[in-house]
Design a protein around this ligand. Structure first.
Ligand SMILES: C[S@@+](CC[C@H](N)C(=O)[O-])C[C@H]1O[C@@H](n2cnc3c(N)ncnc32)[C@H](O)[C@@H]1O
Length: 521
């Protein structure tokens, strides 16, 4: 066996698994399986699979839309398509919880323990740009990766928060149609993938995690709308962190029930016989048979646990499937009075929205230009193809966001992203963000520069180099009044037709404007 498992862990698994123990143990000698999920916000899974540059080809993960196994030697993290956000590298069994959440476009969804964003980006793909994703994590550093991964995937309708769940409850009580609690856990299912998890396991016994999980689940339950669905998941095997947490929640919350997961794909049922809590009614313990375990010796994946819970009731307006209703404040154009730090504008769902563009379109005089004003002129000149934005425009200091519809007042919360970060007003000009580039389609831009993924220039651009501009790479589309755009100014840089960042065209050069933190190292 290549992985040295802690003796205590092995002994406990022997007791739990009985006849299955040998098969389970043998799985640690087998090579691990690698997975990626094609980003259906940008392309569809099957067509990507057919033309994928990943040499050995991709094999579908049976339980995940656009999820595929790949071969280790293909190293998809080193391909330009990764930097174009065309897929997310995700362990195959970790794809199950977001599938079980049954997200529909228009839902309001909370991913409560979201960093670094694998399941959040999966949820965002299922929302198809409609509705709201609130992605939260209480670890500040980890929310940076979370925001970045959502931006890489081109997600436009997410708010990223860095909060303790209890502080979210007053703002989002009974608000969400779907909640994912992908709980912090002892990570026993990760030992084959990441041996450093074994040291963590030795440091922190299950009790360290169970009190956290209990609190997180309680707060999550408060934020689910009647009729809504909550999925609780972990990547660990211990019953204290799995079945016991669910039986306890059912005992505390009579308005919650388990929605049984049908057996499929080699998944195994949850184990009521492993629950050893005192004083819990038998029916709550029995109900956990409807939860699900993904075992590494039964499936091609590292292992996971998931429970699907439904909150009874269901007349909540939050349960609309379809595009979430507009907040009246968003259509009237008035900012909410109790958000003094924010300047809000009705979202210009109009195209070109009337900014008086100067020769280069997006400069305003003065140091204190309103970001919405410089954005309008930038948009008219640089993004003539951009359609409606989600929600409304919100200026936070010099930053400008398109905030998805229906977001309540976030005052007092630690907000990492108020929505889709469009850019910043700097010295009277609009500086577009990397997030804006990643959320666009190539055709939105007046000027675009195209590279093929297998051309050396693609790599050079991703690494931050300034490149000579070869005229045949430049595509122009007319701006609003039918004029051809200048051949100088911001251009959207695309690889195989997918945006990867900005450049500025000047004096026969493509000046690299790819954000420094995003450059390929
Ligand atoms: C299993 S990881 C989440 C993985 C993530 N869902 C994904 O798919 O990429 C658990 C996360 O919970 C976060 N966490 C721990 N305690 C938390 C709490 N009290 N509230 C919110 N998040 C918490 C950790 O920082 C960690 O990022």
């Amino acid at each position: 066996m290549t992985v040295r498992l802690p003796e205590l862990f092995v002994a406990r698994m022997r007791t739990l698994l009985g006849d299955e123990f040998d098969d389970w143990l043998a799985s640690y000698a087998a090579p691990r399986r690698y997975g990626l999920r094609v980003n259906t916000l940008k392309t569809d899974g099957e067509s990507y699979r057919m033309r994928s540059p990943l040499s050995a080809g991709l094999k579908p993960v049976p339980w995940a839309e656009a999820g595929y196994y790949y071969s280790e030697e293909d190293r998809p993290g080193k391909h330009p398509h990764y930097h174009a956000g065309l897929y997310y590298i995700q362990e195959p069994s970790a794809m199950a919880p977001a599938e079980l959440l049954n997200v529909q476009p228009g839902h309001r969804v909370l991913d409560l323990c979201a960093a670094p964003g694998g399941k959040s980006s999966q949820i965002a793909a299922k929302l198809k740009g409609h509705g709201l994703l609130v992605a939260n994590d209480n670890a500040r550093e980890r929310t940076k990766a979370l925001a970045r991964n959502l931006e890489l995937a081109g997600v436009r309708n997410a708010v990223v928060l860095n909060e303790e769940p209890e502080r979210l409850v007053p703002v989002f009580r009974a608000f969400f149609d779907r909640i994912l609690v992908d709980a912090p856990c002892s990570g026993e299912g990760m030992f084959r993938k990441d041996e450093s998890m074994i040291a963590d396991w030795l440091r922190h016994p299950a009790a360290h995690w169970t009190s956290m999980q209990r609190e997180i689940l309680r707060h999550a339950a408060e934020m689910l709308a009647p009729g809504g669905v909550l999925v609780y998941s972990t990547c660990t095997f211990s019953p204290e962190e799995n079945e016991e947490r669910i039986a306890e929640l059912l005992a505390e919350r009579p308005d919650f029930e388990v929605v049984p997961v049908p057996p499929a794909h080699g998944w195994a049922p949850g184990r009521p016989d492993w629950v050893s809590l005192e004083g819990i009614e038998h029916r709550h313990v029995e109900a956990v048979a409807g939860t699900v375990r993904l075992w590494p010796h039964r499936i091609e994946g590292e292992g996971h646990y998931a429970a699907v819970l439904r909150r009874q009731g269901g007349d909540s307006p939050g349960l609309n499937v379809g595009v979430a209703p507009q907040d009246p404040a968003e259509t009237s154009g008035s900012g909410k009075p109790d958000r003094p730090r924010l300047k809000t504008r009705p979202n210009a769902g109009r195209r070109g929205n009337g900014g008086k563009a100067g020769k280069r379109g997006h400069a305003m005089s003065g140091q204190e230009a309103d970001p919405t004003e410089v954005w309008r002129s930038f948009r008219a000149e640089v993004l003539p193809g951009l359609g409606d934005l989600p929600g409304r425009l919100i200026a936070v200091g010099e930053k400008l966001y398109a905030q998805p519809a229906g977001v309540p007042d976030l005052s007092g919360l630690r907000v990492v992203r108020h929505g889709w970060l469009l850019g910043e007003a700097r010295r009277g000009r609009f500086a577009p963000s990397q997030a804006l580039a990643m959320g666009l389609a190539a055709e939105d831009a007046a000027r675009r520069v195209e590279y093929g993924a297998d051309e050396p220039e693609a790599l050079k651009y991703l690494k931050g180099e300034t490149l000579p501009l070869e005229p045949e790479r430049l595509n122009l589309r007319p701006v609003e009044d039918g004029r051809q755009p200048d051949e100088a100014g911001y251009a959207l840089v695309c690889i195989d037709g997918y945006p990867v960042g900005w450049g500025k065209l000047r004096d026969g050069l493509l000046i690299n404007e790819r954000a420094p933190g995003w450059r390929w190292m």
